[in-house]
Design a protein around this ligand. Structure first.
Ligand code: IPM
Ligand code: MG
Length: 303
């Protein structure tokens, strides 16, 4: 269960967003692509903290590609920095140089940006099992060394949190090797994007993972971790549960209605207990349903 409130993030309103993107927009100029709009929303609303809980539900253990003893009981919160790093660093361009092309990008996180996401992560860890793993690439990148130094300095304010550090390549491996070692993970924008997809697969399907994007005030944005799955668009095959669980996170964090959030999360548990499964989480002996039927089952479970 995600922490109910975080001191650093006070939402006054909420936006629930569906996954965006698709083939028909892939060739548009970058400025017109849906992803650019999403990034503009995150930056414009200063939603620097992205909470991505990856919890394995007992009903879905057999849907995971990993062994039962590896994933049973996994409960990880990935706290991803959302408005800095590679995604927003300047300069970024592709230019011609000496008869070749050069792609140029910048990974930039200021000390204050690292501190504010660090505080969210320490607070989240305090409300969970008290273990925080900060993921970086400090053996190669100076910006990651700054990240490590700032996070380490913050630890003095959170004496009850056990802080560790891990390089991102090792973290990717450890997530698959023994995910139960993780409680709360804090990391930068790009590393968080990648690791949260990996963490999603521990739960059986990325179709199960919700997220909350929070700032220090103003509205939060709540969206599933997965993409828009254009390959199955219109086929009534998609798993709606990540989207529905994102609505629960919206109620919990954005609208301060934890009881309504609990009701939705309970309904999700109920339909899984009843054996309903979309294709991505289907297992032997379960009832295969499409997106609409799963929605109907949820409505019934909500009463
Ligand atoms: C995510 C998505 C987005 C990201 C895309 C759609 C821009 O992958 O929310 O994880 O990279 O942040
Ligand atoms: Mg992603």
């Amino acid at each position: 269960m995600p922490p109910e409130t975080l001191e650093t993030c006070r939402q006054s309103d909420a936006v629930l967003l569906a996954a965006i993107g698709g083939y028909k927009w892939d060739s548009l100029p970058r400025a017109q692509r849906p992803e650019t709009g999403l990034l503009g929303l995150r930056a414009g609303l200063e939603l620097f903290a992205n909470l991505r809980p990856a919890t394995i539900l007992p009903q879905l253990i057999d849907a995971s590609s990993l062994k039962r003893d590896v994933i049973e009981g996994v409960d990880i919160m990935v706290v991803r920095e959302l408005t800095g790093g590679f995604y927003f660093g300047q300069p970024r361009c592709v230019f011609e140089a000496d008869g070749d092309q050069l792609g140029c990008y910048t990974m930039a996180d200021s000390g204050s940006e690292i501190d504010r996401i660090g505080r969210v992560a320490f607070e989240a860890a305090q409300k969970r099992q008290g273990r925080l793993c900060s993921v970086d690439k400090a053996n190669v990148l100076e910006v990651s060394q700054l990240w490590r130094d700032r996070i380490t300095a913050l630890a003095t304010d959170y004496g009850n949190v056990d802080l560790s550090h891990m390089y991102v390549d090792n973290a990717a491996m450890q997530l698959l090797r023994w995910p139960k070692q993780f409680d709360t993970i804090v990391t930068g924008n790009l590393f968080g994007d990648i690791l949260s997809d990996a963490a999603a697969m521990l739960t059986g399907s990325i179709g199960m993972l919700p997220s909350a994007s929070l700032g220090s005030s103003g509205p939060g944005v709540f969206e599933p971790v997965h993409g828009s799955a254009p390959d199955i668009a219109g086929e009534d095959k998609a798993n709606p549960l990540a989207q529905v669980l994102s609505a629960a996170m919206m109620l919990r964090y954005g609208l301060s209605q934890p009881q309504a959030a609990d009701m939705i999360e309970t309904a999700v548990n109920t339909v899984l207990d009843q054996g309903y499964r979309t294709g991505d989480i289907m297992a032997d002996g379960m009832t295969a349903v499409g997106c609409k039927a799963m929605g109907q089952a949820l409505l019934q479970a909500l009463g």
